[in-house]
Design a protein around this ligand. Structure first.
Ligand SMILES: [Zn+2]
Length: 493
Protein backbone atom coordinates (compact mmCIF):
# COMPACT_ATOMS: atom_id res chain seq x y z
CA UNK A 1 0.00 0.00 0.00
CA UNK A 2 1.36 3.46 -0.89
CA UNK A 3 2.19 5.68 2.08
CA UNK A 4 -0.90 7.66 3.01
CA UNK A 5 0.89 10.70 4.38
CA UNK A 6 1.24 12.93 1.38
CA UNK A 7 1.76 16.47 0.26
CA UNK A 8 -0.09 15.76 -2.97
CA UNK A 9 -3.09 17.99 -3.55
CA UNK A 10 -6.20 16.61 -1.86
CA UNK A 11 -8.91 15.05 -4.00
CA UNK A 12 -11.18 17.87 -5.05
CA UNK A 13 -14.38 15.87 -5.55
CA UNK A 14 -15.23 18.46 -8.16
CA UNK A 15 -18.67 17.05 -8.72
CA UNK A 16 -19.82 18.21 -5.29
CA UNK A 17 -22.54 20.75 -5.84
CA UNK A 18 -22.09 23.88 -3.77
CA UNK A 19 -25.28 25.58 -4.93
CA UNK A 20 -27.85 26.28 -2.22
CA UNK A 21 -30.62 23.68 -2.24
CA UNK A 22 -34.24 24.19 -1.25
CA UNK A 23 -35.94 20.95 -2.27
CA UNK A 24 -37.17 18.01 -0.23
CA UNK A 25 -34.70 16.34 2.17
CA UNK A 26 -32.18 14.22 0.26
CA UNK A 27 -30.98 12.02 3.10
CA UNK A 28 -34.21 10.18 3.97
CA UNK A 29 -33.79 7.58 1.25
CA UNK A 30 -30.26 6.62 2.23
CA UNK A 31 -31.04 6.53 5.96
CA UNK A 32 -34.01 4.26 5.24
CA UNK A 33 -31.87 2.04 3.03
CA UNK A 34 -29.31 1.27 5.74
CA UNK A 35 -29.60 -2.28 6.88
CA UNK A 36 -27.36 -3.57 9.63
CA UNK A 37 -27.61 -7.32 9.96
CA UNK A 38 -30.38 -8.41 12.36
CA UNK A 39 -27.76 -10.36 14.31
CA UNK A 40 -26.22 -7.01 15.33
CA UNK A 41 -29.40 -5.66 16.94
CA UNK A 42 -28.45 -4.13 20.32
CA UNK A 43 -30.22 -5.33 23.43
CA UNK A 44 -33.69 -3.84 23.72
CA UNK A 45 -33.20 -1.36 26.56
CA UNK A 46 -36.11 0.50 28.04
CA UNK A 47 -36.20 3.23 30.64
CA UNK A 48 -38.18 2.54 33.80
CA UNK A 49 -40.04 4.95 36.00
CA UNK A 50 -42.80 6.46 33.85
CA UNK A 51 -46.11 6.38 35.71
CA UNK A 52 -48.58 3.99 34.03
CA UNK A 53 -51.35 6.62 34.17
CA UNK A 54 -49.19 9.48 32.86
CA UNK A 55 -50.78 11.58 30.12
CA UNK A 56 -49.26 14.68 28.52
CA UNK A 57 -51.10 16.89 26.05
CA UNK A 58 -49.27 19.37 23.85
CA UNK A 59 -51.75 21.91 22.44
CA UNK A 60 -51.21 24.02 19.34
CA UNK A 61 -47.63 23.03 18.55
CA UNK A 62 -45.81 23.26 15.25
CA UNK A 63 -45.13 19.59 14.64
CA UNK A 64 -41.74 18.85 13.04
CA UNK A 65 -42.11 15.09 12.77
CA UNK A 66 -38.79 14.09 11.08
CA UNK A 67 -40.60 12.24 8.30
CA UNK A 68 -39.58 14.93 5.83
CA UNK A 69 -43.03 16.50 5.83
CA UNK A 70 -43.17 20.27 6.37
CA UNK A 71 -44.12 21.22 9.93
CA UNK A 72 -47.82 21.63 10.63
CA UNK A 73 -49.91 22.93 13.51
CA UNK A 74 -51.72 20.48 15.75
CA UNK A 75 -51.97 18.78 19.12
CA UNK A 76 -49.99 15.78 20.38
CA UNK A 77 -51.03 13.31 23.07
CA UNK A 78 -48.59 11.18 25.02
CA UNK A 79 -49.83 8.29 27.12
CA UNK A 80 -47.43 6.50 29.40
CA UNK A 81 -44.14 6.16 27.44
CA UNK A 82 -45.46 6.64 23.94
CA UNK A 83 -46.98 9.17 21.58
CA UNK A 84 -50.55 8.05 20.92
CA UNK A 85 -52.08 10.90 18.85
CA UNK A 86 -50.46 13.38 16.48
CA UNK A 87 -52.22 16.28 14.73
CA UNK A 88 -55.80 15.90 15.88
CA UNK A 89 -56.59 14.60 19.35
CA UNK A 90 -60.21 13.47 19.31
CA UNK A 91 -61.30 14.03 22.91
CA UNK A 92 -59.16 17.11 23.37
CA UNK A 93 -61.76 19.16 25.28
CA UNK A 94 -62.29 16.37 27.76
CA UNK A 95 -58.53 15.91 28.22
CA UNK A 96 -58.03 19.64 28.78
CA UNK A 97 -60.51 19.55 31.67
CA UNK A 98 -59.01 16.42 33.22
CA UNK A 99 -56.79 17.53 36.11
CA UNK A 100 -54.69 14.37 35.74
CA UNK A 101 -53.54 15.35 32.25
CA UNK A 102 -50.49 17.58 32.09
CA UNK A 103 -51.28 20.20 29.49
CA UNK A 104 -48.61 22.26 27.72
CA UNK A 105 -49.80 25.25 25.69
CA UNK A 106 -47.51 25.28 22.69
CA UNK A 107 -48.64 28.64 21.27
CA UNK A 108 -47.06 27.65 17.97
CA UNK A 109 -43.70 26.59 19.35
CA UNK A 110 -41.94 23.68 17.62
CA UNK A 111 -42.44 20.14 18.91
CA UNK A 112 -39.84 17.76 17.54
CA UNK A 113 -38.03 14.55 18.42
CA UNK A 114 -35.24 14.74 20.94
CA UNK A 115 -31.84 14.96 19.22
CA UNK A 116 -29.26 12.22 18.78
CA UNK A 117 -25.46 12.19 18.90
CA UNK A 118 -23.63 9.47 16.96
CA UNK A 119 -20.26 9.81 18.76
CA UNK A 120 -20.65 10.41 22.47
CA UNK A 121 -18.12 10.41 25.30
CA UNK A 122 -19.95 10.65 28.64
CA UNK A 123 -16.64 9.99 30.40
CA UNK A 124 -14.68 12.92 28.91
CA UNK A 125 -14.07 15.61 31.51
CA UNK A 126 -14.09 18.84 29.53
CA UNK A 127 -10.41 19.26 30.31
CA UNK A 128 -7.12 17.46 29.96
CA UNK A 129 -7.92 13.99 28.64
CA UNK A 130 -4.49 12.71 29.64
CA UNK A 131 -5.46 13.11 33.30
CA UNK A 132 -8.53 10.89 32.96
CA UNK A 133 -6.44 7.78 33.53
CA UNK A 134 -5.49 9.07 37.00
CA UNK A 135 -9.00 10.10 38.02
CA UNK A 136 -10.45 7.90 40.76
CA UNK A 137 -13.25 5.65 39.64
CA UNK A 138 -15.67 7.17 42.16
CA UNK A 139 -15.09 10.73 40.98
CA UNK A 140 -15.16 9.56 37.40
CA UNK A 141 -18.54 7.90 37.87
CA UNK A 142 -20.01 11.16 39.16
CA UNK A 143 -18.52 13.07 36.25
CA UNK A 144 -19.97 10.56 33.79
CA UNK A 145 -23.43 10.81 35.35
CA UNK A 146 -23.21 14.58 35.07
CA UNK A 147 -22.42 14.44 31.33
CA UNK A 148 -25.35 12.09 30.80
CA UNK A 149 -27.67 14.59 32.42
CA UNK A 150 -26.08 17.41 30.43
CA UNK A 151 -26.98 15.67 27.17
CA UNK A 152 -30.60 15.41 28.25
CA UNK A 153 -30.60 19.03 29.48
CA UNK A 154 -29.38 19.93 25.98
CA UNK A 155 -32.34 18.21 24.30
CA UNK A 156 -30.50 14.97 23.45
CA UNK A 157 -32.44 11.75 23.97
CA UNK A 158 -30.25 9.29 22.00
CA UNK A 159 -26.48 8.91 22.34
CA UNK A 160 -24.23 6.32 20.74
CA UNK A 161 -21.16 5.72 22.91
CA UNK A 162 -17.87 6.23 21.10
CA UNK A 163 -15.46 5.04 23.86
CA UNK A 164 -15.38 5.09 27.61
CA UNK A 165 -12.32 6.19 29.58
CA UNK A 166 -12.61 3.28 31.99
CA UNK A 167 -13.93 -0.21 31.36
CA UNK A 168 -17.40 -0.09 32.93
CA UNK A 169 -18.27 3.61 33.24
CA UNK A 170 -20.44 3.76 30.12
CA UNK A 171 -22.13 0.51 31.02
CA UNK A 172 -22.97 1.47 34.60
CA UNK A 173 -24.34 4.85 33.58
CA UNK A 174 -26.43 3.29 30.79
CA UNK A 175 -27.90 0.84 33.27
CA UNK A 176 -28.60 3.58 35.83
CA UNK A 177 -30.41 5.68 33.19
CA UNK A 178 -32.47 2.68 32.12
CA UNK A 179 -33.33 1.85 35.73
CA UNK A 180 -34.71 5.36 36.08
CA UNK A 181 -32.13 6.13 38.77
CA UNK A 182 -30.40 9.05 37.05
CA UNK A 183 -31.47 11.37 34.20
CA UNK A 184 -29.91 10.83 30.82
CA UNK A 185 -30.56 9.97 27.19
CA UNK A 186 -31.08 6.51 25.77
CA UNK A 187 -27.57 5.16 25.53
CA UNK A 188 -25.59 2.49 23.75
CA UNK A 189 -22.45 1.94 25.81
CA UNK A 190 -18.89 1.46 24.66
CA UNK A 191 -15.71 0.23 26.31
CA UNK A 192 -12.19 1.64 26.10
CA UNK A 193 -10.90 2.35 22.65
CA UNK A 194 -8.72 -0.42 21.29
CA UNK A 195 -5.37 0.66 19.88
CA UNK A 196 -2.05 -0.88 18.93
CA UNK A 197 0.83 -0.06 21.26
CA UNK A 198 2.42 2.00 18.48
CA UNK A 199 -0.83 3.75 17.63
CA UNK A 200 -2.46 4.95 20.86
CA UNK A 201 -3.78 8.50 21.25
CA UNK A 202 -4.37 8.86 25.00
CA UNK A 203 -2.41 6.25 26.99
CA UNK A 204 -4.37 6.24 30.26
CA UNK A 205 -7.70 5.41 28.65
CA UNK A 206 -6.70 2.88 25.98
CA UNK A 207 -7.17 -0.89 25.77
CA UNK A 208 -3.96 -2.10 24.13
CA UNK A 209 -3.81 -4.93 21.65
CA UNK A 210 -1.33 -5.88 18.94
CA UNK A 211 -2.20 -8.42 16.31
CA UNK A 212 -5.44 -10.29 15.57
CA UNK A 213 -5.34 -12.66 18.55
CA UNK A 214 -4.85 -10.03 21.22
CA UNK A 215 -7.49 -7.85 19.59
CA UNK A 216 -10.01 -10.67 19.62
CA UNK A 217 -9.29 -11.22 23.29
CA UNK A 218 -9.85 -7.55 24.20
CA UNK A 219 -13.11 -7.52 22.23
CA UNK A 220 -14.32 -10.63 24.07
CA UNK A 221 -13.52 -8.92 27.37
CA UNK A 222 -15.53 -5.84 26.39
CA UNK A 223 -18.49 -7.91 25.30
CA UNK A 224 -18.29 -9.89 28.55
CA UNK A 225 -18.57 -6.76 30.68
CA UNK A 226 -21.61 -5.57 28.72
CA UNK A 227 -20.74 -3.06 26.00
CA UNK A 228 -23.12 -2.46 23.09
CA UNK A 229 -20.41 -1.73 20.52
CA UNK A 230 -16.64 -1.85 20.08
CA UNK A 231 -14.33 1.10 19.40
CA UNK A 232 -11.16 0.79 17.33
CA UNK A 233 -8.63 3.61 17.25
CA UNK A 234 -7.14 3.03 13.82
CA UNK A 235 -5.51 6.29 12.76
CA UNK A 236 -3.51 9.08 14.35
CA UNK A 237 -4.52 12.52 15.56
CA UNK A 238 -2.48 15.64 14.86
CA UNK A 239 -2.60 17.07 18.38
CA UNK A 240 -0.41 14.17 19.56
CA UNK A 241 2.33 15.42 17.16
CA UNK A 242 3.67 11.88 16.98
CA UNK A 243 0.77 10.08 15.29
CA UNK A 244 -0.43 11.74 12.12
CA UNK A 245 -4.11 11.76 11.19
CA UNK A 246 -2.90 10.57 7.78
CA UNK A 247 -1.35 7.40 9.18
CA UNK A 248 -3.24 4.18 9.74
CA UNK A 249 -1.88 1.90 12.47
CA UNK A 250 -4.11 -1.12 11.93
CA UNK A 251 -3.40 -3.82 9.37
CA UNK A 252 -6.00 -5.43 7.13
CA UNK A 253 -5.55 -8.64 9.03
CA UNK A 254 -6.21 -6.97 12.37
CA UNK A 255 -9.25 -5.06 11.14
CA UNK A 256 -10.74 -8.21 9.62
CA UNK A 257 -10.20 -10.11 12.88
CA UNK A 258 -11.86 -7.36 14.95
CA UNK A 259 -14.92 -7.29 12.71
CA UNK A 260 -15.15 -11.07 12.66
CA UNK A 261 -14.93 -11.31 16.45
CA UNK A 262 -17.31 -8.43 17.25
CA UNK A 263 -19.91 -9.33 14.64
CA UNK A 264 -19.70 -12.95 15.71
CA UNK A 265 -20.66 -11.81 19.21
CA UNK A 266 -23.49 -9.64 17.85
CA UNK A 267 -21.76 -6.27 18.33
CA UNK A 268 -21.13 -3.51 15.83
CA UNK A 269 -17.88 -1.56 15.63
CA UNK A 270 -17.01 2.08 15.30
CA UNK A 271 -13.57 3.43 14.47
CA UNK A 272 -11.48 6.54 14.83
CA UNK A 273 -10.50 6.60 11.16
CA UNK A 274 -9.06 9.87 9.90
CA UNK A 275 -6.46 8.38 7.55
CA UNK A 276 -7.20 7.42 3.96
CA UNK A 277 -6.24 3.77 4.50
CA UNK A 278 -8.18 3.46 7.75
CA UNK A 279 -11.40 4.47 5.97
CA UNK A 280 -10.78 1.90 3.25
CA UNK A 281 -10.11 -0.84 5.80
CA UNK A 282 -13.38 0.02 7.56
CA UNK A 283 -15.29 -0.42 4.30
CA UNK A 284 -13.34 -3.46 3.13
CA UNK A 285 -13.86 -5.38 6.35
CA UNK A 286 -17.18 -4.00 7.57
CA UNK A 287 -16.54 -1.60 10.47
CA UNK A 288 -20.10 -0.29 10.72
CA UNK A 289 -19.60 3.25 11.99
CA UNK A 290 -16.79 5.31 10.51
CA UNK A 291 -15.70 8.32 12.55
CA UNK A 292 -14.06 11.37 10.93
CA UNK A 293 -13.09 9.93 7.51
CA UNK A 294 -11.17 13.17 6.86
CA UNK A 295 -8.64 11.89 4.33
CA UNK A 296 -10.93 9.72 2.25
CA UNK A 297 -9.79 9.66 -1.40
CA UNK A 298 -11.65 8.99 -4.64
CA UNK A 299 -11.18 5.25 -4.40
CA UNK A 300 -12.34 5.16 -0.77
CA UNK A 301 -15.34 7.29 -1.68
CA UNK A 302 -16.33 4.85 -4.44
CA UNK A 303 -15.92 1.90 -2.09
CA UNK A 304 -18.05 3.59 0.56
CA UNK A 305 -20.72 4.58 -1.94
CA UNK A 306 -21.07 0.95 -3.04
CA UNK A 307 -21.51 -0.18 0.58
CA UNK A 308 -23.55 2.77 1.77
CA UNK A 309 -26.38 0.63 3.13
CA UNK A 310 -23.91 -0.91 5.60
CA UNK A 311 -22.16 2.14 7.04
CA UNK A 312 -22.76 5.50 8.61
CA UNK A 313 -20.15 8.23 8.81
CA UNK A 314 -20.05 10.50 11.85
CA UNK A 315 -17.39 13.14 11.26
CA UNK A 316 -17.30 14.78 14.70
CA UNK A 317 -16.54 17.88 12.72
CA UNK A 318 -16.78 20.31 15.64
CA UNK A 319 -13.48 19.03 17.02
CA UNK A 320 -11.61 20.28 13.94
CA UNK A 321 -13.38 23.63 13.97
CA UNK A 322 -12.97 24.25 17.68
CA UNK A 323 -9.32 23.13 17.66
CA UNK A 324 -8.63 25.67 14.93
CA UNK A 325 -10.67 28.54 16.33
CA UNK A 326 -11.63 28.11 19.99
CA UNK A 327 -8.56 26.58 21.58
CA UNK A 328 -6.35 29.67 22.00
CA UNK A 329 -7.82 30.43 25.43
CA UNK A 330 -6.56 27.00 26.50
CA UNK A 331 -3.03 27.62 25.23
CA UNK A 332 -3.48 26.12 21.78
CA UNK A 333 -3.44 29.02 19.33
CA UNK A 334 -4.64 28.87 15.74
CA UNK A 335 -1.04 29.04 14.41
CA UNK A 336 -0.19 25.91 16.35
CA UNK A 337 -3.28 24.08 15.12
CA UNK A 338 -2.42 25.07 11.55
CA UNK A 339 1.19 24.02 11.94
CA UNK A 340 0.36 20.49 13.07
CA UNK A 341 -2.08 20.07 10.19
CA UNK A 342 -5.61 20.80 11.40
CA UNK A 343 -6.38 23.34 8.66
CA UNK A 344 -5.36 20.85 6.01
CA UNK A 345 -7.46 18.17 7.62
CA UNK A 346 -10.42 20.50 7.95
CA UNK A 347 -10.24 21.41 4.25
CA UNK A 348 -9.99 17.76 3.22
CA UNK A 349 -12.77 16.78 5.55
CA UNK A 350 -15.28 19.39 4.35
CA UNK A 351 -14.71 18.39 0.72
CA UNK A 352 -15.14 14.73 1.48
CA UNK A 353 -18.25 15.16 3.61
CA UNK A 354 -19.99 17.38 1.06
CA UNK A 355 -19.32 14.72 -1.53
CA UNK A 356 -20.68 11.99 0.76
CA UNK A 357 -23.87 13.98 1.21
CA UNK A 358 -24.11 14.38 -2.55
CA UNK A 359 -23.66 10.65 -3.13
CA UNK A 360 -26.26 9.67 -0.57
CA UNK A 361 -23.81 8.27 1.99
CA UNK A 362 -25.33 8.68 5.43
CA UNK A 363 -23.54 11.32 7.51
CA UNK A 364 -24.73 11.80 11.08
CA UNK A 365 -24.06 14.63 13.51
CA UNK A 366 -22.46 14.36 16.90
CA UNK A 367 -19.00 13.89 18.10
CA UNK A 368 -16.18 14.55 20.45
CA UNK A 369 -17.79 16.89 22.91
CA UNK A 370 -16.19 16.85 26.33
CA UNK A 371 -12.73 18.13 25.43
CA UNK A 372 -11.66 21.46 26.92
CA UNK A 373 -12.63 23.49 23.88
CA UNK A 374 -15.60 21.35 22.90
CA UNK A 375 -17.40 21.57 26.24
CA UNK A 376 -20.32 19.41 27.26
CA UNK A 377 -23.60 21.18 26.59
CA UNK A 378 -22.60 22.60 23.21
CA UNK A 379 -23.56 19.46 21.26
CA UNK A 380 -26.05 21.13 18.92
CA UNK A 381 -23.25 23.11 17.30
CA UNK A 382 -22.97 20.06 15.08
CA UNK A 383 -26.32 20.76 13.43
CA UNK A 384 -25.24 24.30 12.57
CA UNK A 385 -21.99 22.95 11.08
CA UNK A 386 -23.96 20.52 8.93
CA UNK A 387 -26.01 23.42 7.58
CA UNK A 388 -23.30 26.05 7.31
CA UNK A 389 -20.41 23.87 6.11
CA UNK A 390 -21.61 20.56 4.70
CA UNK A 391 -24.46 21.72 2.49
CA UNK A 392 -27.28 20.14 4.51
CA UNK A 393 -30.59 21.97 4.68
CA UNK A 394 -31.80 22.54 8.26
CA UNK A 395 -34.42 19.82 7.65
CA UNK A 396 -31.73 17.37 6.50
CA UNK A 397 -29.58 18.14 9.54
CA UNK A 398 -32.55 17.56 11.86
CA UNK A 399 -33.51 14.33 10.09
CA UNK A 400 -29.94 13.08 10.45
CA UNK A 401 -29.89 13.97 14.16
CA UNK A 402 -33.26 12.33 14.88
CA UNK A 403 -34.38 9.62 12.43
CA UNK A 404 -30.74 9.05 11.41
CA UNK A 405 -29.50 8.36 14.93
CA UNK A 406 -32.62 6.24 15.57
CA UNK A 407 -31.50 4.13 12.59
CA UNK A 408 -28.04 3.88 14.15
CA UNK A 409 -29.83 2.60 17.29
CA UNK A 410 -31.61 0.08 15.00
CA UNK A 411 -34.85 1.36 16.52
CA UNK A 412 -36.10 3.51 13.65
CA UNK A 413 -39.63 2.17 14.11
CA UNK A 414 -40.01 3.63 17.59
CA UNK A 415 -37.45 6.41 18.08
CA UNK A 416 -36.58 9.69 16.39
CA UNK A 417 -39.96 10.87 15.10
CA UNK A 418 -43.12 12.56 16.32
CA UNK A 419 -45.32 9.72 15.24
CA UNK A 420 -48.08 7.62 16.76
CA UNK A 421 -46.69 4.57 18.54
CA UNK A 422 -43.21 6.05 18.89
CA UNK A 423 -41.55 6.64 22.25
CA UNK A 424 -42.28 10.10 23.59
CA UNK A 425 -38.77 11.56 23.46
CA UNK A 426 -39.52 15.11 22.43
CA UNK A 427 -38.52 18.71 22.85
CA UNK A 428 -40.61 21.87 22.70
CA UNK A 429 -38.49 24.60 21.14
CA UNK A 430 -39.17 28.31 21.36
CA UNK A 431 -38.20 29.06 17.78
CA UNK A 432 -38.21 27.59 14.30
CA UNK A 433 -35.10 25.44 13.78
CA UNK A 434 -35.79 25.37 10.04
CA UNK A 435 -35.34 29.15 9.97
CA UNK A 436 -32.57 29.27 12.56
CA UNK A 437 -30.86 25.94 13.20
CA UNK A 438 -28.73 27.69 15.84
CA UNK A 439 -31.72 28.02 18.17
CA UNK A 440 -31.21 24.39 19.18
CA UNK A 441 -27.96 25.44 20.87
CA UNK A 442 -29.75 27.78 23.24
CA UNK A 443 -30.89 25.84 26.30
CA UNK A 444 -33.23 28.65 27.31
CA UNK A 445 -35.23 27.95 24.17
CA UNK A 446 -35.58 24.26 24.90
CA UNK A 447 -38.68 24.99 26.97
CA UNK A 448 -39.88 21.43 27.56
CA UNK A 449 -37.85 18.22 27.39
CA UNK A 450 -39.66 14.88 27.60
CA UNK A 451 -38.03 11.46 27.58
CA UNK A 452 -39.91 8.18 27.67
CA UNK A 453 -43.13 10.07 28.35
CA UNK A 454 -41.63 11.74 31.42
CA UNK A 455 -41.10 15.47 31.75
CA UNK A 456 -37.40 16.13 32.38
CA UNK A 457 -37.60 19.91 32.04
CA UNK A 458 -40.38 22.47 31.98
CA UNK A 459 -40.28 26.02 33.29
CA UNK A 460 -42.81 27.57 35.65
CA UNK A 461 -44.74 29.23 32.84
CA UNK A 462 -45.50 25.86 31.27
CA UNK A 463 -47.73 24.77 34.13
CA UNK A 464 -50.40 27.43 34.06
CA UNK A 465 -52.88 28.25 31.35
CA UNK A 466 -52.28 31.54 29.54
CA UNK A 467 -52.45 34.47 30.02
CA UNK A 468 -49.80 34.59 32.73
CA UNK A 469 -47.79 37.42 34.25
CA UNK A 470 -45.17 38.63 31.85
CA UNK A 471 -47.07 37.37 28.81
CA UNK A 472 -50.38 39.18 29.27
CA UNK A 473 -49.50 42.66 28.10
CA UNK A 474 -48.59 43.83 31.60
CA UNK A 475 -52.02 43.25 33.20
CA UNK A 476 -50.50 41.29 36.07
CA UNK A 477 -47.02 42.79 36.44
CA UNK A 478 -45.63 40.75 39.31
CA UNK A 479 -42.33 39.17 38.27
CA UNK A 480 -41.41 39.61 34.63
CA UNK A 481 -39.32 36.92 32.96
CA UNK A 482 -35.81 38.33 32.87
CA UNK A 483 -33.68 36.67 30.23
CA UNK A 484 -30.66 35.08 31.83
CA UNK A 485 -27.38 36.86 31.14
CA UNK A 486 -24.52 34.51 30.34
CA UNK A 487 -20.92 34.94 29.40
CA UNK A 488 -19.87 33.87 25.92
CA UNK A 489 -18.30 30.56 26.97
CA UNK A 490 -21.31 29.67 29.09
CA UNK A 491 -23.79 30.68 26.48
CA UNK A 492 -24.72 27.21 25.46
CA UNK A 493 -24.36 25.37 28.70
ZN1 LIG B 1 -14.08 10.56 19.86
Amino acid sequence: MAPSRTDEPLPSFTQANNEPYHGPPRNIKNIDAIEFSASLQPKNYNILGTHPDSRILFLDVNILDSSGRDPYRGDVLIERERITRVGTVLNVEELKRDPKVRVFHGRGRTLMSGLGDAHTHFTWNGGDLNRLGELGVEEHTLLTARSAQCYLDSGYTMCFGAASAKDRLDIVIRDAINAGDIPGPRYLANGKEIARRDGDLVPGITAYADGPDEMREVIRHHVDIGVDQIKLSMSGEEITEIRSAQDCYFSDEETAACVDEAHGLGKRLCAHARARDSVKMCVRHGVDVIYHASYIDEEGMDMLEKQKDKHVVAPGINWLIATLHDAAAFGYPNEKAQQVGYQKEYDASIRGLREMHRRGITVLPGGDYGFAWTPHGTYARDLSHFVNLLGFTPMEAIIAATAGVAKLFMRENELGKIKEGFFADSILVDGDPLEDIGCLQDHDRLNVIVINGRVHKAGREEYVAPPIAGQDGGVHPIVPNFPEVKREMQKNY
